[in-house]
Design a protein around this ligand. Sequence first.
Ligand SMILES: C[C@@](CO)(OP(=O)(O)O)[C@H](O)COP(=O)(O)OP(=O)(O)OC[C@H]1O[C@@H](n2ccc(N)nc2=O)[C@H](O)[C@@H]1O
Ligand SMILES: Nc1ncnc2c1ncn2[C@@H]1O[C@H](COP(=O)(O)OP(=O)(O)O)[C@@H](O)[C@H]1O
Length: 292
Amino acid sequence: MQQDPCMGWPAPAKLNLFLHITGRRPDGYHELQSVFQFLSHGDTLDFRLLDEDRVCAEHALDGVDHDDDLTVRAARALKAATGHPGGVAIRVHKRLPMGGGLGGGSSDAATVLVALNALWETGLDDDALADMGLTLGADVPVFVRGHAAWAEGVGERLAPVSPPEPWYLVVHPGVMVPTGAIFTDPGLTRDCPPIKIADFLAGRAGNVCEPVVCRRFPEVAKALEWLQRQGVTARMTGTGSCVFGIFETEEVARAARDCLPGGWTGFVARGCNQSPLHRRRAQLQAVTASQE
Ligand SMILES: C[C@@](CO)(OP(=O)(O)O)[C@H](O)COP(=O)(O)OP(=O)(O)OC[C@H]1O[C@@H](n2ccc(N)nc2=O)[C@H](O)[C@@H]1O
Ligand SMILES: Nc1ncnc2c1ncn2[C@@H]1O[C@H](COP(=O)(O)OP(=O)(O)O)[C@@H](O)[C@H]1O
């Protein structure tokens, strides 16, 4: 049976496989180096196209006002840029913890831009969608582009990379870390010397936010130590709070998840260098082409 083109659009999580801060811009934002990789786990979005000029969310997110919801803001930005006369009702099936460093909000926004551009037939290319995405959040462009990436700037200068695609156990240690508070911490290392991808691949890169987050949120430190005790490499993603362990097989990752201490949640997912969002768009384009 053919899938309804409006239903079940993936908004995958991302991991920052490393995160260095190389400087600070005059506007206070930090210059980063990072590698983003997608996961085979995330939110999903459904769309109901409306003839009337109205954009609304049919879900409610804790602590997020309707008009601040990144999905609503993304749809309104696309409408404003293209003059599309119709509207949309959006529903997010939320699986990703908010403020966990998995980029759920940014990914939801990117999925709205990519899916609605196809469903509304507004015809923007990915460059235009990524520029629009950057006005919504620093992590939106990588989700719009849909390929694992070496990132510089505030995350908008992207070059596709293809690191190994292992299995991960992602652990949420039950706390939410506010990104802004980590970036203003006086103890944050902000002068990492720029590195090359070969340094990352050789293991000479980490997450400089880890020491600051671990000091302020001891549960994150405990989760990292717990993962290390499972005998795997463990790291924090973004500014936390989620941490991930790198596993050789799905089975071993699942066995570790089954032993997670109480109060923490976790999921097992595969690293994906191509976003599931773009696989979905390609399917829709193939169906449309076969009908023409
Ligand atoms: C650093 C990353 C890596 O993925 O962390 P996570 O949010 O994923 O954990 C992201 O780029 C984060 O991007 P995003 O989550 O969009 O950050 P925003 O909400 O725009 O920023 C919150 C606050 O953090 C600070 N900020 C953010 C990004 C950056 N490159 N420099 C900063 O100084 C700013 O003070 C900003 O007001
Ligand atoms: N659709 C959305 N999904 C998640 N968060 C959203 C959304 N819209 C707005 N937000 C806001 O963005 C913040 C960051 O969320 P998220 O991207 O999930 O975490 P992180 O940036 O740590 O990876 C949330 O705390 C919330 O206030």
